[in-house]
Design a protein around this ligand. Sequence first.
Ligand code: HEM
Length: 178
Amino acid sequence: MPVTLKNDINSWGIVARLFHWISAFLLIGLLYVGLIMVDMVNSPEKFDLYRYHKSLGILVLGLIIMRLMWRWINITPTLPTPGLASRLSAPVLYMLMLIMPVSGMIMSQAGGHPISFFGWFNVPILLEKNPSIGKLAWQIHGYTGKILIGVIALHFMAAFYHQWILKNNLLRRMIKGH
Ligand code: HEM
């Protein structure tokens, strides 16, 4: 089968598949680094990890916005099972994938910390320093991170359940397109 850019009613095009796997890889990396770095003692290594975490988080925000726009102007392949869990999975994941970087940005800016994008430029200041907003965003970032880990685990198990128990090729369709 030829590689197609756009989706159709039964298959994912290459652009949607790349968005899926690149954001999955970056999100799992950010969750892992996020959990490790908060427990480190203050050191140059810890602050390096914070800088990478923030830059990659901003990159993920841009990626998720582009991914949503691509989804909007494209057909979404139909779900093989019409249940509530299947229908809720995408909106819940998109919501969590947006809350994480947005709360991270708010926490940093309201805490008075600049956000450098890989040392190339600083993200414009959209929020004045405000410790109470910073603390709220910090709590949201921490709790939502744990919820996202749980939802990613469910998503992962659902993909295997569809592929090997229901045998409807759901996982293969996100890897090979069809
Ligand atoms: C999109 C993806 C992101 C994910 C999945 C993510 C994930 C996480 C996780 C799991 C933690 C540990 C939370 C805890 O256990 O307390 C964390 C901490 C942190 N994140 Fe993110 N993050 C993202 C984006 C961002 C962005 C865009 C920024 C800022 C620009 C940011 C700034 C921070 C900071 C400063 C901490 C440390 C908070 C502390 O010192 O307690 N994150 N992140």
